[in-house]
Structure formats: structure tokens, C-alpha cells
Design a protein around this ligand. Sequence first.
Ligand code: GLA
Length: 698
Amino acid sequence: MTEWELPTARSVYIVAETDAGLVLRHWGDPGRRREFAPPARTPFEAPTDKVPLEFAAAGTRHAQFAELLVQGPDGVDGALLRLVPGSVAVADDGRDAELTALLRDAGAGVEVELHMRTSREHEVVERWARVRSTRAVGELCLTRAFGAAWNVPVGPGARVAELVGTWSREFTPVEVDLPAGQLSLGSRQGITSHLYSPVVALRARDSDDGCEAYGVALAWSGSWRMVVDAVPFRDVVRVGGGADDETAVITLAPGEEFETPHLLGAWSPGGPDGLADAWHEYQRGRLARSTGPEHRPIVYNSWYATGFDVRVEHQLALADVAADVGVEVFVVDDGWFTGRTSDRAGLGDWYADPSKFPEGLGPLVKGVLDRGMRFGLWAEPEAVNPDSDLFRAHPDWVYRAGDRPLTTMRNQYVLDLGRPEVEQWAATMLRRLLTEHPVSYLKWDMNRAVSDGGRPGDPRGREWSLQHTRAYHRLMTVLREEFPHVTVEACAGGGGRVDNAVLALSDVVWPSDETGPRDRLAVQHGFLSAYPPHVMSSWVTDEPDRLDTAPASLEFRFVVAMAGALGIGADLLAWDEATRARARELVALYRDIREVVHTGEVRRLGLPSDPVYAVQYTAADASRVIVLVTARPGAGRGDAPVRLPLTGLRDEARYRVHAGGGTVGCGVLAGHELTGAGVPVPFALAPDCDVVVLDRLP
Ligand code: GLA
């Protein structure tokens, strides 16, 4: 049996050619190769059912979940895919390795090119497929075209961790015990959605936190589906995913091909924490164009302070205070463009509203730059209000499901980016916005689900979500390539469009509209299990929050927002001088710890619902450790001193420990004391929170 090995930083992914097709041989520790149980067959199973096939089509005499469902023009469904002899090749440049393999059914007229890519620099295996029609006449219909099957060797069954949510409650972790059966997650909304994140973590059903764990993620920002298939009594659990197969049908004309969304797989010997490290390392090292502050400045965003009431003098008064407390970019959110006095009008008309800006945006932009900050703008390029000049001029540019009545959500329709003229309009509009004035921060929002995708008269309208998502990715690429100095923040009514494709094309994401500090802590806790801190935009806002109404100190709200890319969204004109002075100190503290927060290894210590919760960030060389501590009322500065055991420090290393933002010394402690009895937390910053900084002594 010929085998091919693909190396990652610490593991290996091995596949082999067998009569049944391409199968997995091993995924994980190179020194502990696992043998899959020999395929004892019954008369009820085909050979392909008993081996860990890396890609299956229905029709490959495979009776289990198949990644490809193909219908031919002659009424024959399925394909008997066979590996083309000699087609498997590995290109290895010493850093990255990529395997390609060709599966073919000449009779059905379908060919599948499999791709698997690894790197010695990180732990992630990237997989996708290209499905091609080799027919001379007639169309192929793909009613499902997922990119890969992952044979996760944790079976029988698995414990499956997911991130679920709704608006304001994104990234809530849940864990499912799946002894057998299928678990299906997805979005039918045309965007990634708040409901489910396209990422799962799997481990053995009887495992503990330090066990081997595997993650699978889908890098796709439109409608999607992932299926975890725990076939009874199998030692692998199959995971597949791709564009949603319930709402899209892909048509291939002769010679045409479809490239599936890419899937990512990661292995860790260190349980869920180790898996989070593997994702972060990849997202930092491969997806981000930088992790420095140039693409994630400290933001002031005026949305919560002003809503749609955007006025030059008022914004400049806010900018005075923002600059004074140390903000690096001043972002004007919704409400600046023509007709936008509420969410009922204006979307689509991306010109400064003459009634609010009689001289255009120039004076405001100049005022912000004169105060030493960068200038940023909010836009929602995919949406249009019925009450807008754009819609009046192009009523045919929005999605329509035949002659069914159009539905508004937040009083808006969605532009059909699948039409080349609409994508072109959006590109021209964005180029104009970013060149007319020195805008160097763009918050790209999307505030509704696409409930009625489709394009009357165009049979390819069934592929609207794929077309829309590709156009969105192309437009984000235009921003990245033509405006490299512009920070792009991705948002969809909070965390409605967060996935690894978005992370590859933006600098930061807005995980949730909920900024109440305890709610936010919960959102961020889940977020950090699959996504990294350097992209996690987080703002300090005023009390009371609409949902999370219990009081918290200003310091607490800052500590929560310092856990990622810090921003401020409060009404700064309502802050008295003492509050501003305190904010100035806290922003300076954040600047000091930012690098370790954005590049360090993350450990979440406890749960946000615990009396005391913390996030520990350890620099790659462990020379510095930052611990952001938050406490429930009464659990912080009280009679009983709090000590928090840290993780991952060498026993003999010695650290000078400071709390309260450097104001209170806690002495010198050895690694074994910090991980044993724990670091003392004096709650020097405030009774309900602290920032503990540990610097290693030479
Ligand atoms: C969405 C975003 C908010 C804000 C509003 C503006 O809800 O998530 O941050 O930008 O839109 O309308």
C-alpha cells in the first residue's frame, strides 16, 4: 500500500492508496501511530464502508454519508469514483507540503481533484476539492459538494464541542455526547450566522481535559452545513462540510469546475486548550497580515454615544476626549450618509449627508487627523433601504424569490452581489470612500439574514449564496490589496459573520453587539476557544447596558475589553475629569500589555460564571505573563485573599509580579509557586478586577 505523509509543526497526516480509494492512515503524534481496526465485513457493508475514506461520492458503493451527490442529465445519479493510478503527488518546498489526487468516473463524466495542504509552521491541515465535469454534452447537478471528509480517530462516538448563539449571545460553548448518529450544524441565512459557528472540536467520549482533541472548521462566510457522522462501532467519526446543500444546487456545464469551500483540521495532544492554541497559531501566523497595532489600533466608535444623530461639532467634541484618553482611531459609525436619520432610509447612498455635513466629510476628517488620530467609517455595502436613491434607481438589484413579496428586515433588502454590475458598483463605491478622504479604518457591517435569495429568470440563481459569498470575499480582497493601510473590521449585527475565511480577509471582527461586561466576558470566553485575541474587537461602554444591568466598575469594563483589541464606545462627553484621567491610565496600561495579549498563548482560567475568572496570556518565550482577572460582586477584594493558579510556567523560572497596572508589587515568585499555590490577586485595580503582570527575571 503506498502512503503519503504530510508534516505539520508537531504532527503528521498520512493517507494511503487502497482499492477502495484514498484512506486515512494516521493523524496525530508522529511517534504514536495508530492502527485502524481491520475491516471485518458483513454482507451488509461494502469495502468502502469499512475504511476511513477521505472523500466519498454517493454511488461509490458507499452507503454512509457522502461528500458528493451528483446527478447526470440522463437520470443516473451518483458516481463510482476511483483513484486515477499515478495521480497522487506531493509537492514539498521544505516548509509547506501539498498533496493532490484525482478521482474519476469517466462514465458519469465527473472528476474530483482532492487537495490537502500542511505546513511545518503550524498544526492545521487545509483541505478542499475541485469537482469537474468531463462531459461533452449535458449538465451535471451537484446537490452536495463538500470539500473533504475528516476521519477523526476518537470513536466509537465522540464528545463534540460547538459554539452556538443568537444575536447578543454569540459563541456560547455547548458540548454534545454523540455515541452514534449524525449532528448537523449550519446556516441558511446567506451569512455565517449567529446561530452556529462553523467549527467543531471532537474528543473521545471518555476523555479528560488533557486528552487528544481534534478540530474541524469550515472557512466559509455564506450558507453552510457541517455534518458529524458517528457511525456505530467505528473507530473514526467522519466530519464533512461545505456550502449548504439544502439551499444550493450547483450546475456544471461541460468542462466547468466548482472549487469547494476550504476545510481546516487541527490536532492537539493538549485537549481543548491545546486545540485553541493550534487555531490561534494558524490564525496569527497564516491568516493575519500582521499582529501589530498598525492593523488593530485602539478604537473610539461613536455608535453607542450618538446613534444616528451624527453632527460635526458633536463628533469633534467626542474626538477631543478620545484623543486625550489615548485613542488611536476615531470611527464614525452608522448615520453619516445621505438620508440616514434612522434605520428606515439611506442604506445604499454612500455620500456624506449634506444636511449633516454641508461641506462634506472633509472638516470632520481633518479635525480627527489634527487631533492625532486616524479616521474610520462604517458602511454596509451589501444592503439597501427601499427608501434610498440606489433602490429607486435599481429596484432589480436586490434578491427576489420569484414574484413572492420582498421581505424587509431592519427595514432593508440585500443587494444581489451575484450580479456583476452590483459587485462592480460596490467596488467602485468602496474605492471612492477610501480615496476621497484619508480613511484608514473601515467597519463593514451586514445587518440582516438573506431570507429570500434568488434571481428570477436565471437558473444559476440557485447558486446565489455561493456567488454572494465569493463576491464578498473578492471585495474584501480589493480592500486588502489596494488599501493595505486600511484596517478592516468585519461585523454582521455583532458576530453574525465570523469564520476563518473572514479572518483571512479582515483585521478584526466585532464578536457581538452586547457590550455589557459580564455578558461580553461569556461571549469572549467562547470566542477564544476557536478564534484569537488579536482579532477580537471589544469596547468599553456606559452603564447600564440594556441586557446586562448589574453594575461593574469602569476598570472591570476596561479589563474585559483589554482581552482583545481594545476600543471605547462610551459617551465620552458624559465622563467627568476623574473618569477621563482613569481611562487615560487604563489605555496606557493596555498599550503596555497589548503585544502579549495579541501574540501570547491564551489560557482561560475557570468560567465567566465563576466567582473569580481570568484569562492568562503567556508570551511565546514566557518572558512576560499577563493575567486579566474579573470577579463577581463580593468575590474580589474581600476578607479571603485570592490566589489564582497559573499554567504552563517552568518551575524554576522567577517572575517579578505587579498588580493594579504596575502600582502594587507582589514580590518575586517562582514558576512552581505560581502554578501551585497561584499568583496573589490583590484586586489593586478595583474591587472587582485586576491586571497582574509578571516579568521574568534573568
Ligand atoms: C450593527 C452593528 C453595530 C452598529 C449598528 C449600526 O448592529 O453590529 O455595532 O454598527 O449595526 O447600525
